[in-house]
Design a protein around this ligand. Structure first.
Ligand code: CTP
Ligand code: MG
Length: 248
């Protein structure tokens, strides 16, 4: 028990929060991560959750170049003391992640990569990710799929129905040993350079570790309320969850 405690005392965990997307599916003037959600910008909800969590030592935020300054002002305004770096993102999610990862301080043992567009992240889920990552080295929050999922042919006829009992919907945080995820990303960049391969199918970080094959990725029980804000409807749902949590 003492050893476990010592281990948790010396490990350093950094959260990398992504907010460099353009939010094209939201079709709004303001980028979704800066839209107002119950009086606070969406990404600030995410950042405040990591600020509050005792397992998290540092936070790196990734934004578009034109948003670095306003992110700095926001982090001062909301007193986000753990925000150590604001990195410039890229035109695809994995590029933003890599940019953020490269600014993480070298003494970090684990990183939690989180979509800034998931403002409903709970303390319990952050705690679970920190616990699982120290055991498994690579893990992602996910929930069992509740819809029936079917595969279509190219004419929109059903081809087959997938066995739902083994399907999980993947969320963030995605948590990794820092050295493992850096190795995976460095290798990915080498592959893209060498083979000129198409990275457009990369939709999450786990895929990069899965493809590298050095470590299997474990699921962490996620949370059905940990939704990703994608469309206007999601803003309504997120506001309802927040009001419900606040007992309003
Ligand atoms: N993200 C990022 N850099 C990118 C693309 C996405 O940092 N080049 C971030 C987003 O800001 C978001 C998270 O990754 O917090 C998940 O991406 P997604 O929901 O797809 O956001 P957008 O790409 O901004 O939205 P859309 O796909 O509708 O354009
Ligand atoms: Mg996107």
């Amino acid at each position: 028990m003492d050893e476990i405690k010592k281990e948790s005392e010396k490990r350093k965990i950094t959260a990398v929060v992504l907010a460099a997307g353009s939010g094209s599916r939201m079709q709004s003037a303001e980028k979704k991560q800066f839209m107002d959600l119950c009086g606070t910008p969406v990404v600030i909800h995410s950042l405040m959750a990591f600020e509050k969590n005792k397992n998290i030592d540092n936070v790196v935020v990734v934004t578009a170049k034109e948003d670095v300054h306003r992110m700095l002002l926001l982090s001062l305004r909301y007193n986000l003391r753990k925000v150590k770096n604001i990195a410039e993102g890229g035109d695809m999610r994995f590029k933003s992640v890599y940019s953020g990862l490269k600014t993480v301080s070298g003494d970090t043992n684990y990183v939690l990569i989180h979509d800034g567009a998931r403002p409903l992240i709970t303390q319990e889920l952050i705690d679970r990710c920190c616990e699982y990552v120290s055991i498994f080295k690579a893990c992602v929050a996910a929930v069992p799929v509740t819809d029936t999922i079917k595969i279509a042919d190219d004419k929109m006829f059903i081809k087959e129905t997938v066995d739902r009992s083994r399907l999980w919907a993947v969320q963030t945080p995605q948590a990794f040993s820092y050295s493992l995820i850096m190795k995976a990303y460095n290798r990915l960049y080498d592959t893209i350079r060498e083979y000129n391969s198409d990275p457009s199918r990369i939709t999450d970080d786990a895929m990069i570790v899965e493809n590298m094959g050095d470590c299997r990725v474990h699921f962490v029980p996620g949370d059905y309320s940990n939704i990703k804000i994608t469309t206007k409807e999601d803003m309504v749902t997120a506001a309802a969850f927040i009001k419900n949590r606040e007992g309003l």
